[in-house]
Design a protein around this ligand. Structure first.
Ligand code: AMP
Length: 201
């Protein structure tokens, strides 16, 4: 990917972490700072449900149960979104990939777009804090049993995504149990490190 006039091209940054880790908040702040879009698959799906589109009708029950939408369908949704012209310099991916199959699919999609994942940041927060935050947030799918199901699904399906990126040397862990600005600064530091031209010594 070429360097843009604004400096280093951020490329694609994957943000993941358990539900309630603050990845949505961080994605929005980082998108603003870096001048690239934040792509939240949760937001895309919730908007589809609210609008009653065919996609929304297909996924409504899955979201309500705190389960994961199937990989093939998610791939279609993200593939379409990534083809929009605003992703030319990269994007912040919030909530995708959430399974190893999705992470593999993303590699293929980005190869076609001549892009790449520059870093995958795992935002970690202790479980009791996640449950507390989720209950405070009080979103439609935030009933306590659904919260616990989403945490269970995260451990089973999404935690292995960390290993996928670790093997590629792209994984960074950031402590998410801090003030929002401190978490943002830590993620920016990771990204700067990832995109900095390596000194040729
Ligand atoms: P989020 O806002 O990222 O927590 O996503 C809300 C819900 O949307 C999740 O609990 C899943 O049901 C669904 N969802 C979002 N992103 C994905 C994904 N990448 N794969 C499967 N399901 C997803």
């Amino acid at each position: 990917m070429a360097e843009s006039a604004r400096g280093i091209t951020p490329g694609f940054l994957v943000l993941f972490g358990p539900p309630g880790s603050g990845k949505g908040t961080q994605a929005a702040i980082l998108a603003e700072r870096l001048g690239v879009p934040a792509i939240s698959t949760g937001d895309i799906l919730r908007a589809a449900v609210a609008a009653g589109t065919p996609l929304g009708q297909r996924v409504a029950a899955v979201l309500a149960a705190g389960a994961l939408v199937d990989d093939g369908l998610m791939q279609e949704v993200v593939d379409e979104r990534l083809r929009a012209p605003d992703t030319a310099r990269g994007a912040i991916l919030d909530g995708f990939p959430r399974t190893v199959a999705q992470a593999e699919g993303l590699e293929t999609m980005l190869r076609r777009l001549d892009g790449e994942v520059r870093a995958a940041v795992l935002i970690s927060v202790p479980t009791e804090e996640l449950v507390r935050r989720a209950l405070l947030r009080g979103r439609g799918d935030d009933e306590e049993s659904v919260i616990r199901e989403r945490l269970r699904v995260y451990e089973e399906k999404t935690a292995p995504v960390a290993e996928f990126y670790r093997q590629r040397g792209l994984l960074a862990r950031v402590d998410g149990h801090r003030r929002v600005e401190q978490v943002t600064d830590a993620i920016v530091a990771v990204l700067e490190e990832a995109v900095a031209p390596r000194a040729a010594t």
